[in-house]
Design a protein around this ligand. Sequence first.
Ligand code: SF4
Ligand code: SF4
Length: 128
Amino acid sequence: MLILEIFLFDLFVSKDGWCGRLCPVGAFYSLLGKRSPLRVIAARREACGDCMDCFAVCPESRVIKPALKGAEQGIGPVILSSECTNCGRCIDVCAKDVFQFGNRYAKDEIKRASEAKSHTQHSVGGQA
Ligand code: SF4
Ligand code: SF4
């Protein structure tokens, strides 16, 4: 009976409502996620082909967009929202290997690597 109620709730009231908002296991993972150093990172977001597969499989898809599309606003690529449960579905589904697991402090490392790469390209370009 409970399973039927959950099914009907997800079907008619709120898509992924049970997994995303009501499930006590999900709430526990969310609490862990707030402090967890392990985070999902859209490390290769420039390779995104906009297929939307990650949005389709993510139980909290609103957490993806800032990390994936926030480059111009200086947002991401680390998904820091506690609503991300680190389930890894986005990593598995993405054909472009945009996502990976990393630590919550990776943003600075990625930024430094990107700046170093950009600096190298400018130096090489300047010598040509
Ligand atoms: S699954 Fe990968 S390629 Fe598709 S929208 Fe998500 S990040 Fe982009
Ligand atoms: S790890 Fe799971 S919850 Fe987090 S963004 Fe990816 S699919 Fe969504």
